[in-house]
Design a protein around this ligand. Structure first.
Ligand code: G6P
Length: 609
């Protein structure tokens, strides 16, 4: 969701800005733009892909510039709303939402400023300009102007005749890149790998000044921040290959097939151990997790679904009550705080605004035992929580989350095992069995991936459908939800996930030959019950697509298609059963010809609420 790149360097920075925006495309956007000083201000904007902006920028040379991909919030996607927004020789790009923009706009209009867009961002440009009347110093003007903003922002500002770039963050991601021949800023590290691996993550309230050969940061209280003592310089371990497509056509495809290695990398954290230690979750974990008597999981989207699976594991293995809440609901509802409760925030990006706010909300209510399960080190959610488990899925670029989900499940299973041990409910032998099953996952997932040709054949039959129903029971019910989410996200087919037992309480009314019903049928204690639910569908002329286990006693018949997963996997079965659903969505989207990696209207990293 919105991407920022800023550069001041001895080299021509135009290709750096364009390459950076290309790397940020995955975040989701609908228009793009840049502002250069050469030496007067040049602004280029385009509705559509970064490639169109690149064509416009061809031949431009500059050493100082800011660039942006916009995901529309205030005002439709259009050139006039695309960033940068300018105010007499000054240009601003912004990620986030300014909540008090209407009041500020009124005030600035009264002061004589004319607005040419519907955005909240244009207010920032004019506000800085207005503030410059009192002092000509750009850095100070940005400090003073941002102090008046309510809401979330990451901004980059440049001005004609000024040698510096000024950036600031509050509630939206922004980092600095320290290069050999200049300094840079961006929404995430992938945009800057082309020029440097040395990154500084800004904190909320930071305002930073970038010159070609120096940077300085002033923190929230207005005091200078020491580098590297207070803002360490991190050496990014991302490699260029991590963010390249390689032999694949789409990032989603690459990420589905990377799952065995993503799981293996995540599980390297436990090595070959027969028993795990709570230290896996941080140095304070032994003490914090030891006395945990209940768990609250907070997340959004696919991460929320991994939390729903974890509830089954935590309650079954550890015997501890676990609730799972959508972060955007929890943050605003009146709930009953429990300071003893463990709060687990799950997030691929670590920057999802609602999840971050929900953790802050829990903390503000005295709930200090917080754990982040996250794929991005140094992200806001990781920094907000007392404990952390970093999944090692590698960068996930496709908007529809896949490998982040399965690695989150691995992390959450480890948490369930840890809590079960401290609750005295898991003996050494049982623990070793669970860890062995976990370690076998990469191999088991690899075998499931081999089902692709059959799944592809099924996908052909979905392309002309407008609705689909996904059924599951027990810890596969969240997998039904995730399967439905994947299908709607990338193929735009309306899909719903339902617990199979609820079928007759509503969705059965929708079943006919035009609504495929996809069912997850593992060989577990609920199989017989599920089979009755499937009969109810077949009796109404519904077409069933069943993902069964090798030994699930369920047979193909007219209107009932069956695909068998190679092995039955007990508690960890959801990790296997989600994979064919990912592949099904991917292939349906291919047949429909949608933009798999960048589905319409969606963003990868949802940094606004
Ligand atoms: C967006 C993405 C989803 C993701 C969700 C939560 O909606 O498109 O793929 O599951 O945000 O993101 P997070 O980074 O917090 O896991």
């Amino acid at each position: 969701m919105c991407g920022i790149v800023a550069a001041t360097a001895a080299r021509n920075i135009v290709p750096v800005l364009i390459e950076g925006l290309t790397r940020l495309e995955y975040r989701g956007y609908d228009s793009a733009g840049l502002a250069l000083l050469n030496p007067t201000l040049t602004r280029l904007r385009s509705v559509g892909r970064v490639a169109e902006l690149a064509a416009q920028a061809d031949g431009q040379v500059a050493h100082h510039g800011i660039a942006h991909t916009r995901w529309a919030t205030h005002g439709v996607p259009s050139e006039r709303n695309a960033h940068p927004h300018v105010s007499v020789g000054l240009a601003v790009v912004h990620n986030g939402i300014i909540e008090n923009y209407a009041e500020l706009k009124q005030e600035l209009r009264a002061a004589g400023y004319a607005f040419t867009s519907d955005t909240d961002t244009e207010v920032i440009a004019h506000l800085i300009q207005e503030t410059l009347k009192a002092s000509a110093d750009l850095f100070q003007a940005v400090q003073r102007a941002t102090a008046r903003l309510i809401g979330a922002y990451a901004i980059a500002v440049l001005r004609e005749g000024d040698e510096t770039l000024v950036v600031a963050r509050h509630g939206a991601p922004l980092l600095l890149g320290l290069g050999e021949d200049g300094n840079y800023a961006a929404s995430d590290a992938s945009a800057l790998l082309q020029v440097t691996r040395r990154m500084i993550y800004l904190e909320d309230g930071d305002v930073a000044e970038l010159r070609r050969d120096a940077i300085r940061i002033v923190g929230a209280g207005g005091t200078a921040v020491n580098i590297p003592e207070q803002r360490p310089v991190h050496e990014s371990t991302l490699s260029a290959d991590d963010v390249e497509l390689g032999e694949y056509t789409h990032y989603m495809q690459k990420e589905i097939f990377e799952q065995p290695q993503a799981l293996a990398a995540t599980l390297e954290l436990i090595g070959g151990a027969q028993a795990i230690s709570p230290n896996l979750f941080g140095v304070a974990a032994p003490e914090m997790l030891n006395s945990v008597r209940s768990v609250l999981i907070l997340a959004c989207g696919t991460s929320y679904h991994s939390g729903l699976v974890a509830r089954y594991w935590i309650e079954q293995l550890a015997g501890i009550p676990c609730s799972v809440e959508i972060a955007s609901e929890y943050r605003y509802r009146v709930s009953v705080p429990n300071p003893e409760q463990l709060v687990v925030a799950i997030s691929q990006s670590g920057e999802t605004a609602d999840t971050l706010a929900s953790v802050k909300h829990a903390k503000a209510q005295g709930m200090g035992r917080t754990l982040a399960i996250c794929n991005v080190p140094e992200s806001a959610i990781v920094r907000e929580c007392a404990l952390r488990f970093l999944t090692r899925a590698g960068p996930e670029i496709g908007v529809a989350s896949t490998k982040a989900f399965t690695t989150q499940l691995a992390a959450l299973f480890l948490l369930a095992v840890t809590l079960a041990k401290s609750a005295g409910r898991l003996g050494p032998e049982q623990e070793s069995i669970q860890l062995k099953a976990l370690r076998h996952l990469p191999v088991a997932v690899q075998k499931v991936l081999a089902l692709e040709p059959e799944i592809k054949a099924w996908a052909e039959r979905f392309a002309d459908k407008h609705h689909a129903l996904f059924l599951g029971r027990g810890h596969h019910y969240p997998i039904a939800l995730e399967g439905a989410l994947k299908l709607k996200e990338i193929s735009y087919i309306h899909a719903e996930g339902y617990p199979a037992g609820e079928l007759k309480h509503g969705p059965l009314a929708l079943v006919d030959k035009d609504m495929p019903v996809i069912s997850i049928a593992p060989n577990d204690t609920l199989l017989e019950k599920l089979k009755s639910n499937l009969k109810e569908v077949a009796a109404r002329g519904g077409e069933l697509y069943v993902f069964a286990d090798a030994d699930s006693a369920v047979d193909a018949e007219p209107g009932v298609h069956i695909l068998r997963l190679p092995e039955h996997y007990g508690l960890l079965s959801p990790v296997l059963h989600v994979v064919p659903l990912q592949l099904l969505s991917y292939h349906v989207a291919l047949v429909k010809g949608t933009d798999v990696d960048k589905p319409r209207n969606l963003a990868k990293s949802v940094t606004v609420e």
